[in-house]
Design a protein around this ligand. Sequence first.
Ligand SMILES: NCc1[nH]cc(CCC(=O)O)c1CC(=O)O
Length: 311
Amino acid sequence: MEQVTTLRLGTRGTILALAQATHVADALHTAHPRLRVQLVTIPTHGDRWADNLGAGTGIKGAYIREIDQQLADGAIDLAVHCLKDRPSHAAEHHGVVLAAHLRRDEPRDALVTATGSTLALLPPASVVGTSAPRRQAQLRRHRPALRIKPVRGSIEARLQRVDSGELDAVIVSAAALHRTGQADRITELLPLDSHLPAAGAAVLAVTARPGDERTRDLVAVLDHPDTATAATAERAYLRRLGATCRSSIAAHATVAEDMVTLRASVYSPSGDRVLHTVVGGAVSQARKVGRDAAEQLLALGARKLLNTDTA
Ligand SMILES: NCc1[nH]cc(CCC(=O)O)c1CC(=O)O
């Protein structure tokens, strides 16, 4: 009889993270009925910082570092992350591999308003909560008369600030609302062309130890190859730009008929300048597609836009 195996799955303790981890644990159990998956909650620097200060940490990988460490140390066997939260170089640097990319969920950003007003109809001087530099730049570009208020913390905390009337609206990821059973809060899905998502948006990544073939084999059933290809192009673009979470950068790749198409932008913080490109190539060339997109934008002066960002 096949042996019962237990895998320890590391996750942050937020409602969103636990929903994601539970989803992956259930999918693994469905694929391998004799497999047990035990969730291990790991507080991260990013969680502690957000709780205390309500502002961004400015530290690369603030939500993943401790989890990567526990994985490398063997305290857990796998972990689940929002790919968006992983710096583009992180897998290589920590002796951790991306063992599976789950099929991408809804990648668009969602607007949640108290009144049901769409972005175009929000009255001037309405207060919109978001601290992501990319979302701020896009908002300033398309609705310069709105006021932006930085908000961090959990999705629930952000929605609460709309409910209490402190904010007229927030922008959050639609995938996060779907995964936490709050899709009914979405007032509007913001269009991809004016609100291009972050690299890796709505993609869940499963990490494992490079040498742990057994876990990697078990997890491989969850991998969605087109999503992995798209994420590879998006992350190669990010890596070539040397982007941080304080950069106003967007990238969204799609795959059709063995071709990957990457749409990529860099914004000035005020949103008054934007560089955009679309690069296509064979699926096998996903990394090169990402690098080429970055090279094109660098040739157009992307570095200068990015550097003003960190000021
Ligand atoms: N910025 C933090 C973050 N990282 C991943 C998600 C959402 C889920 C995902 O994109 O996989 C969120 C919340 C948000 O952007 O509103």
